[in-house]
Ligand binder design. Structure first.
Ligand SMILES: [Zn+2]
Ligand SMILES: [Zn+2]
Length: 365
């Protein structure tokens, strides 16, 4: 038996469809048939070469936002990571990173900060188990990898981004701490920001202000329940946007501001929107080598807290699946339209995603 995969070798080179033999499923592992896999912003960065991945001798399967169904359970594998019984045919999603459980960060219960958590993500697909990324017909869940059953009420379309964008903001807001009635500013209403509106609200945010410029995203932000939009077209400078946020908050500025846009300059602006003693959550700027000037006294004299968060602790994904189940009719999760592409069309999907021509490209192998 073989399965198809889109294989990435070098930045700027199209991905190629390759067939690999299905791997032998070792004890505790699972082989999953992919139902759909979304093209995430970070995937686009990988193929552009921004993360330094690549090399003709190191073929890789990228992609990490996925939902699939169990095809084969390895010996001894009987449940998901929350203890729910699991069998062939059940739908699952997983944590795409691998906290080692054997380091100083893991020892301190900070799985999200494990230095080697991403190491296995970059492993080559040339050797078994081959299927180590989502852009393929199959995905190999390694022994001890966190995997969760998807509730029946949660569609594939809703579940596919759960292990990246939604879990990321869910855990980020957990770390920064949202309190009942907080004023929360969300910088950027892309995949992260739209989910952040629902999460912030359910965690108790009283007022949600979204900073955005694209009309279709503004529309979606309103549909998700944003109380105010600071439209960049209407307030073109950071200074104007900061004073707009102050005006909307009786001059105090926000309790919490979340950067979910990936533009370094957004940080300086965002910190300007945080009240004295408030909190700034930094999630979107994941590209190394970029800089922004910040006045440190704004943090110190203002008693402001700045927290950077990447990935999440594994419990967050489990809770996020339940969050989707409970709130599926309350927020229009399915109106974040996905445009489906076949595995063979993956390069077109990436071109369209990179050009911003689709809200979310999804590969349906
Ligand atoms: Zn992602
Ligand atoms: Zn570790």
């Amino acid at each position: 038996m073989k399965g198809k995969a889109a294989v990435f070798t070098s930045a700027g080179k199209p991905m190629e469809i390759v067939e690999y033999p299905l791997p032998k499923v070792e004890p505790g592992a699972m082989l999953v048939k992919v139902n759909r896999a979304n093209v995430c912003g970070s995937d686009v960065h990988i193929i552009k070469g921004d993360f330094g991945w690549g090399g003709a001798d190191q073929p890789r399967i990228i992609g990490h936002e996925m939902v699939g169904q169990v095809y084969e359970m390895g010996p001894g594998a009987t449940s998901d990571s929350a203890g729910q019984p699991l069998k062939a045919g059940d739908r699952v999603t997983y944590c795409y990173f691998f906290p080692c459980g054997r380091c100083y960060a893991c020892l301190h219960g900070q799985a999200h900060a494990c230095p080697s958590t991403m190491a296995r993500l970059g492993q080559t697909s040339a050797v078994p188990p081959h299927f180590i990324g989502a852009f393929a017909e199959y995905y190999y869940v390694q022994p001890n990898q966190y995997v969760y059953k998807v509730p029946d009420e949660v569609s594939d379309e809703m579940a596919a981004p759960a292990n990246c964008a939604l879990s990321q903001v869910f855990y980020g807001f957990h770390k920064i701490g949202i309190e009942s009635g907080d004023v929360v500013v969300i910088q950027g209403a892309g995949g992260l920001g739209i989910n952040a509106i629902a999460v912030a609200r359910e965690m108790g945010a009283g007022t949600i202000i979204v900073v955005e410029q694209h009309p279709e995203r503004i529309k979606l932000a309103k549909a998700f329940g944003a109380d105010h939009i600071v439209d960049i077209n209407e307030f073109p400078t950071p200074k104007e946007r900061i004073s707009r946020v102050r005006k909307l908050t009786q001059g105090r500025a926000a309790d919490v501001v979340a950067e979910l846009v990936g533009i370094p300059a957004a940080a300086r602006e965002g910190i300007g929107m945080v009240r004295m003693g408030g909190r700034y959550l930094w999630i979107g700027n994941i590209n190394g080598g970029k800089t922004v000037e910040i006045d440190p006294s704004a943090i110190i004299l203002g008693n402001r807290t700045v927290v950077g968060v990447c990935t999440y602790e594994p419990w967050a994904l489990y809770r996020v699946l339940d969050f989707l189940r409970r709130n599926r009719n309350k927020y229009p999760f399915e109106s974040v339209l996905s445009q489906p592409f076949k595995l063979e069309e993956i390069n077109t999907a990436f071109e369209m995603a990179a050009a911003g021509k689709v809200t979310r490209a999804t590969i349906v192998p």
